[in-house]
Design a protein around this ligand. Structure first.
Ligand code: SF4
Length: 169
């Protein structure tokens, strides 16, 4: 399947899951607790990124380099409906298309529009970051990224099991 169709397919599936299951999922106390924990871990990661000065640096690269720098078009194909659903359940509205031609479908005018991100997007730091930024700040960020991704993985397991039981894998 064409890559852009693949991504649209995942977005449509996520929107349908959101429509069909938002209320049911948000009445599951275990799920709500995991989602709150995940959201907190993402916010901790964001604070560390801001403290280190990364958002401006990465945002410039993603939005000023043709093809989105690290935020290339192909990366959006790695986003499955469950991860997109988690974004929607945390209040993110999935934009209808990429703001920049030939860049990731989820790249907005000022940077990434998602909150729940795939591990590559959370973990990847380019060589220039390692050269330019404080080593301790990078170490703290990497440790925090692990916590964020672990919280995400717990939710992904929950959703896989939940949809299997509900005949929607
Ligand atoms: S999902 Fe966000 S961080 Fe990942 S490539 Fe797309 S715009 Fe960049």
């Amino acid at each position: 399947m064409d890559e852009s169709l693949l991504v649209e397919n995942s977005v449509q599936q996520a929107r349908q899951l959101y429509k069909d299951y938002r209320e049911k999922l948000m009445s599951e106390s275990v799920f709500v607790t995991l989602l709150k924990n995940y959201s907190s871990e993402i916010e901790r990661s964001s604070r560390l990124m801001v403290q280190a000065g990364l958002p401006d640096f990465c945002g410039y690269c993603a939005t000023s380099i043709p093809g989105g720098g690290c935020c290339g078009e192909h990366i959006a194909t790695w986003y499955d409906p469950h991860l997109l659903l988690l974004n929607m359940l945390m209040g993110i509205e999935i934009q209808d298309k990429s703001y920049y031609k030939d860049s990731c479908r989820f790249l907005g005018r000022n940077g990434c529009t998602l909150k729940a991100r795939y591990h590559f997007c959370v973990n990847y730091l380019c060589q220039r970051i390692y050269e330019k930024f404080d080593k301790k700040a990078i170490e703290s960020l990497r440790a925090q990224s692990g916590k964020e991704l672990f919280a995400c993985w717990q939710l992904e397991l929950f959703l896989a099991d939940y949809f299997k039981k509900n005949g929607r894998d």
